[in-house]
Design a protein around this ligand. Structure first.
Ligand code: NDP
Length: 444
């Protein structure tokens, strides 16, 4: 059995009931085969892949808090510190009822390669809780965040592990988490990113993942002889990533016509009204039915369906495994020629393979959504030098980083004879730096 197959079998056997983690490892190791085979004996002797798929540390803890009725609630808290070969652990916190250890491990594993691709000195980690902020009062969210941080603060620090936001964790949650960290540790340091602008946050961090997705998509299209201008774009999600992807797409002259949340989706042939979307989702924290009620050109549909719309480019920006094989077939049938992932692993393995076989340009999230974590690393730099850069400065750096990421994954795919396979290119380019650093640091 080849070394890659041995490790894939080991991951499934040792991590039962963690399908998302198996899926993420399979996608990465399959595309690393060519690189591993070049040096199989040495990698096997050093158990490099076993170390790569095993987190350096996992912290799991109880999060008790009191709701508005005086009832005590208990949630599970997680932080997976996956790999610190190239820098302190860095990766978001997700608050969503679906969160479990396998999901946090898949996200942490992906984060290792993504962070490497940014070219910045950040290792990979991820955390979160099965707490659902939806429908909770601000006081309840604060009580939860304070309890969560009371334990988490023992394991993180500006030079150790720097969490950020993810699904269900936005500016409000980061504020409460930062306040509690400072109170307990008596340290005013850049321990979290995505902070508010009055207390160490970076301009353009809020926009960074969505904007970065479009900068990379524009470059990918350009290098394949196409222009993003005037293209019809289908976007899923209506949160941080989706909102700013829609905004930047419009600024680049494209027309995003859809968005979605966990209950339904919008088709707006006139193009999504970003200000209205922000008012409904960011300010009122309401459902998309409110968007449709205020916008005559919009149609609201219950359930899923964003990928059934005719579009040139698809940008899945909601959650994992939201674009399956049937969706991919519909996209191809309707003339879609490019898919770039804003969310983490939104496309299933079968759908990814199908899209690639059909010659669709496909960019995996670990490259196309890396603008968020890259800008988080820029926030860390600003915190360390106790300075704040302008929006333009940060946005220019972000554009440069996304263009570089595209070229490094494109070059890696060409170097290994898989031109245009950006999944393989991203995994190979991300892997090489981490593997070299792990080798140099000995058996740790
Ligand atoms: P938000 O919480 O701001 O928004 C998530 C959106 O996706 C919401 O519209 C939500 O609907 C929808 N959604 C969430 N879970 C589901 C589900 N199970 N089924 C259907 N819809 C769902 O999160 P973000 O925008 O920050 O994150 C979106 C994706 O991007 C995630 O995969 C995240 O890991 C990834 N990502 C985020 C980065 C960031 O900087 N924020 C950086 C890199 C990747 P509803 O409103 O109903 O909850």
């Amino acid at each position: 059995m080849s070394y890659v197959d041995e490790v894939l079998a080991m991951v499934v056997a040792k991590n039962p009931a963690q399908p998302e983690f198996h899926q993420a490892v399979k996608e990465v190791l399959e595309s690393l085969r060519v690189v591993i085979e070049e040096n199989e004996e040495e990698y096997r002797r050093d158990a490099l892949l076993e170390r790569l798929v095993t987190p350096e540390r996992i912290v799991m803890f109880r999060v008790p808090w009191v709701d508005d009725k005086g009832q005590v609630q208990v949630n599970n808290g997680f932080r997976v510190q996956f790999n610190s070969a190239i820098g302190p652990y860095k990766g978001g916190l997700r608050f969503h009822p679906s969160v479990n250890l396998g999901i946090i491990k898949f996200l942490g594993f992906e984060q290792v390669f993504k962070n490497s691709l940014t070219g910045l000195p950040i290792g990979g980690g991820k955390g979160g809780s099965d707490f659902d902020p939806k429908g909770k009062s601000d006081r309840e969210v604060m009580a939860f965040c304070q309890s969560f941080m009371t334990e988490l603060c023992k394991h993180i620090g500006a030079d150790t592990d720097v969490p950020a936001g993810d699904i269900g964790v936005g500016g409000r949650e980061i504020g409460y988490l930062f306040g509690q960290y400072k109170r307990i540790r008596n340290l005013y340091e850049g321990v979290l990113t995505g902070k508010g602008l009055t207390y160490g946050g970076s301009l353009a961090r809020t926009e960074a993942t969505g904007y970065g997705l479009l900068y990379l998509t524009k470059e990918m299209l350009k290098c394949n002889g196409k222009d993003i201008k005037d293209k019809i774009i289908a976007v899923s999600g209506a949160g941080n990533v989706a909102t700013y992807a829609i905004q930047k797409a419009q600024q680049l002259g494209a027309k995003p016509v859809t968005c979605s949340d966990s209950t339904g989706w919008i088709f707006d042939p006139e193009g999504i009204d970003v200000d209205l979307l922000k008012e409904v989702k960011e300010v009122k924290r309401a459902r998309l039915t409110e968007y449709a009620a205020k916008r005559p050109s919009a149609q609201y549909h219950e359930g899923r369906g964003v990928w059934s719309v005719k579009c040139d480019v698809a940008l899945p920006c909601a959650t994992q495994n939201e674009l399956g094989l049937e969706d991919a077939k519909m996209l191809v049938k309707n003339g879609c020629f490019a898919v770039a992932e804003g969310a983490n692993m939104p496309t299933t393995l079968e759908a990814t393979e199908y899209l690639q076989q059909q010659g669709i340009l496909f960019c995996p999230g670990k490259a196309s959504n890396a603008g968020g974590v890259a800008t988080s690393a820029l926030e860390m730099s600003q915190n360390s030098e106790r300075l704040s850069w302008t929006f333009e400065e940060v946005d220019n750096k972000l554009q440069g980083i996304m263009v570089n990421i595209f070229h490094s994954i494109d070059n890696a795919s060409k170097k290994y004879g898989m031109e245009g396979n950006y999944v393989a290119g991203a995994n190979i380019a991300g892997f090489q730096k981490v593997a070299d650093a792990m080798k140099a640091q000995g058996i740790v």
